[in-house]
Design a protein around this ligand. Structure first.
Ligand code: SF4
Length: 451
């Protein structure tokens, strides 16, 4: 009897899905590779854009078309935002939002997916059995919700106020993930940098990191591991966190710091809680303390009122920043957000053109950044093989490299690599102990074997 889960959206949703799967496995179900073969299908949705909503609806209809007999359950942010609309889709058995995810055991009972006798009825209990499919990196939710009110954002409405997972519980889950062989654990949340402010006594994300680093194997240990912080809001990139990242290479030298716009005028309309000078200050401090740090940003294009001049301001700001990659999104009016009532909409063709220009800029910044590491050793976690047989790996500073085929290192393990050539489309590397500084031609796959 199998189950199949489909996850849309962010790493927090990936974590939630892993917890859902843990509960289904606790009930004796096993993963089915295809939704068409599953007895239970759970779709964990996202609602960050209108496009995400449409994608979820299409996907849900697709599952029902391919599997008339399964129990079809839908959860996640879109279910929280507009559960009625999803429930109206033919063939949906049950819709439950984020605030009801913890009741999954009860909900499964109600839809007839029985539980073994000693059912505890609390989803979080299953977290010591978290698996991330064939992923080599694990996601660990430490914080949930957000207290900020950016004018375009629907997340506080669907994820609630900011709240932190107790440090003891985080440390247990972290230890259990390391114990099960994950070499990289990505700490995730909605506004992760807000960690601990709601706890009694209040704590900080830096406090939590110090605790986790205590249970993390030494940087030179055979089974070394690392913590990745993923995304932090600009004003939560504290000097403490910068100092920790500079002092301890088990904390991946990488941060995604949402910018959203490089125009002060647009930032004000977005009701973001920082000025560009503060944003620059945080990134420059980080870059000077951790020179090889990988820095990325989310940017929204086409926000109401974004004129050509304001877009050029944004473009120049990013061009002169230490950023080396971008996630570019087109603004999307979200129901119930102040921005949805704003006029001065930007025409779709302008949005397309500007997004393309920013992506081209990001590619240039990224290539310059990667070229700066040619010939230098970096530690990387093995992600797995590509279709062409080369091996994908991810460095601490968030460069995806490809190693020669037949590089015999298990998925998920960590090794030192040397970047030999940064190309526009990819970054070639070899294992640091291969004695090679220049990558063999891409098709010479047989050359390298790691003992
Ligand atoms: S910080 Fe702003 S954009 Fe991010 S989740 Fe909170 S309200 Fe949304």
């Amino acid at each position: 009897m199998g189950f199949h889960t489909i996850t849309l959206g962010c790493k927090l949703n990936q974590f939630d899905t892993a917890a859902i799967e843990a509960e289904l496995m606790r009930r004796g179900l096993s993963p089915a590779a295809d939704a068409g073969d599953a007895r239970v299908v759970i779709v964990n949705t996202c609602t960050v854009t209108g496009k995400a909503d449409a994608e979820a609806r299409k996907l849900i209809r697709g599952v029902r078309r391919r599997n008339a007999g399964c129990k079809l359950l839908v959860t996640g942010c879109y279910a929280e935002l507009d559960g009625e609309r999803i429930a109206a889709i033919d063939g949906v058995d049950r819709v439950f939002g984020n605030r009801d995810k913890h009741r999954l055991p009860e909900i499964l009972d109600e839809v007839g997916i029985a539980a073994p006798e000693q059912n505890t009825g609390d989803l979080d209990r299953g977290c010591d059995a978290l698996h991330f499919g064939d992923r080599s990196r694990a996601f660990l939710r430490v914080q949930e919700g957000c207290n900020l009110r950016c004018s375009y954002c629907v997340i506080p409405k669907v994820r609630g106020l900011s709240r932190s997972t107790p440090p003891q519980q985080v440390a247990e889950m972290f230890g259990s993930l390391l114990g099960r062989g994950y070499r990289e654990v990505v700490l995730t949340g909605v506004n992760t940098g807000d960690y601990g402010k709601d706890l009694d006594p209040p704590r900080s994300l830096a406090d939590l990191l110090r605790e986790l680093l205590e249970v993390c194997p030494d940087a030179d240990a055979p089974r070394r591991s690392r913590i990745r912080l993923n995304s932090l809001e600009p004003l939560t990139v504290t000097d403490e966190i910068i100092a920790l990242m500079a002092a301890d290479r088990r904390l991946a030298p990488h941060l995604q710091v949402p910018l959203q716009s490089g125009s002060e005028t647009i930032l004000r309309r977005m009701r973001r809680n920082y000025r560009l000078s503060q944003y620059t200050d945080r990134l420059e401090r980080l870059r000077s303390a951790v020179p090889h740090v990988g820095l990325g940003a989310d940017v929204i294009i086409g926000f109401p009122g974004e004129t050509d001049e304001l877009f050029e301001e944004c473009y120049r700001f990013i061009e002169n920043s230490p950023l080396n990659y971008l996630h570019v999104f087109a603004w999307s009016p979200r129901p119930g957000t102040p921005a949805a009532d704003l006029e001065d909409r930007v025409h779709g063709s302008k949005v397309k053109e500007r997004s393309a220009r920013l992506r081209e800029l990001a590619a240039r910044l990224g290539l310059r950044f990667r070229r700066g590491f040619e010939g230098r050793p970096l530690d990387a976690v093995i992600l797995g093989p590509r279709e062409d047989g080369r091996i994908r790996a991810l460095t601490g500073n968030f460069i995806e490299v490809s190693l020669p085929a037949r590089t015999e290192v298990p998925r998920g393990s960590m090794l030192d690599v040397v970047i030999t050539e940064a190309r526009e489309e990819e970054t070639l590397a070899v294992p640091a102990d291969s004695g090679q500084t220049k990558a063999p031609p891409a098709d010479a796959g047989e050359a390298v074997e790691l003992v």
